[in-house]
Design a binder for this molecule. Structure first.
Ligand code: 13P
Length: 341
């Protein structure tokens, strides 16, 4: 297998000052997001919303890649360009979500296993033709009473590794996303322990499947206090715990870590990324692949009204700029006020 292209795309996706927009919400998730602003989830509304994001002028300065959903990669702008062409015109690399969702795992109450390996090679070949240069597969690990189990972690790790190997064989950079959820009352120490165990298992499976580490990206959760934990860790504590955890188990050959936001507020996600990038001796690029933390202010400004497109695009540009600054550890809270001005 030739891996020069994989390595070059992976490096471009984590170029200094840039990160990824996750706009690959599946039908159910985008319906929830649009409902939150009282917009019905019709194909045209989903298209119009994604057009707001993808045609924001100057987005390419901060955004290296966008993850699309199956429906979205086939859609066009109002002026008739495919979304893939519109993104490429901004210097942004198109990507695609290829998993078929996290489903209830048989015999393991409260745990999920991600499906989507059937015919994956054929689907990847089609997406490559449509213009996708990278892909995403998300596994979900929940923390609770006696969970996660070893079986759940191992099953998801094996699926992630099979997906990643197939991607590389089809010349697509795999983003490997094992998300340990922040939902629950657990402490940051427990989140650390489960994240470390999960990533250790995932990298073992990637090794067994001969995945080229230089030609992939990891999309991890940050190490946080559970959402309902009474004792919330500070920004500095989150940054230090996350980087320490990653250093234990993520090989330095991986070019970059693109964190998910996972239910943090947009500002929190930026602050955490910023604090991590201020720490010394980082062996990888530390970047973002945010969904909610990049889109929440855009949805709020857009509200489904064409008259608000410019305000919504300003909100997106601002959020992307703040996260770009955080890539250098140069984000400050004053930048939030600049948006209001
Ligand atoms: P969030 O940043 O909203 O967690 O979404 C990122 C993502 O792509 C999850 O798969």
């Amino acid at each position: 297998m030739k891996t020069e292209n994989l390595e070059s795309v992976a490096r471009k996706l984590v170029a200094p000052g840039k990160g990824i927009l996750a706009a690959d919400e599946s039908s159910g998730t985008i319906e929830k997001r649009l409902k939150s602003i009282n917009v019905p989830s019709t194909e045209e509304n989903r298209r119009a919303y994604r057009e707001v994001l993808f045609t924001t002028k100057g987005a390419g300065e901060f955004i290296s890649g966008v993850i699309l959903f199956d429906e979205t990669i086939r859609q066009k702008t109002r002026d008739g360009r495919t979304f893939v062409e519109a993104l490429e015109g901004q210097g942004i690399i198109p990507g695609i979500k290829v998993d078929k969702g996290a489903k209830a795992m048989a015999n393991f109450p409260g745990e999920k296993i991600t499906e989507g390996l059937d015919e994956l090679r054929e689907r990847l070949a089609e997406y490559r033709q449509l213009g996708a240069r990278f892909a995403k597969w998300r596994a979900v690990i929940a923390i609770g009473d006696k969970i996660p189990t070893r079986t759940c972690i191992a099953g998801n790790a094996e699926a992630l590794a099979r997906y990643a190997a197939l991607c590389q064989d089809e010349d697509i950079v795999p983003i490997v996303e094992p998300e340990v959820l922040m939902d629950g009352t657990h402490t940051i120490e427990r989140h650390f322990e489960v994240t470390e165990q999960t990533l250790e298992t995932v990298f073992h499976a990637l090794y067994e499947h001969r995945v080229v580490l230089e030609g992939m990206l990891l999309k991890p959760n940050m190490v946080l206090s559970g959402k309902e934990c009474p004792q919330q860790a500070s920004v500095q504590e989150v940054a230090e715990a996350t980087v320490r955890c990653m250093k234990h188990v993520v090989p330095a050959a991986v070019p970059g870590l693109v964190f998910l936001s996972g239910g943090q507020s947009d500002q929190q996600a930026t602050e955490h990324l910023n604090a991590m990038n201020q720490l010394p001796d980082l062996p990888w690029q530390l970047s973002f692949s945010y969904g909610r933390a990049l889109q929440a202010p855009v949805l709020k400004a857009w509200k489904g009204d064409a008259a608000n497109v410019s305000a919504a695009q300003q909100a997106f540009h601002h959020r992307a700029m703040c996260n770009s600054k955080a890539r250098f550890g140069k984000y400050t809270e004053e930048m939030e006020a600049a948006k209001a001005a």
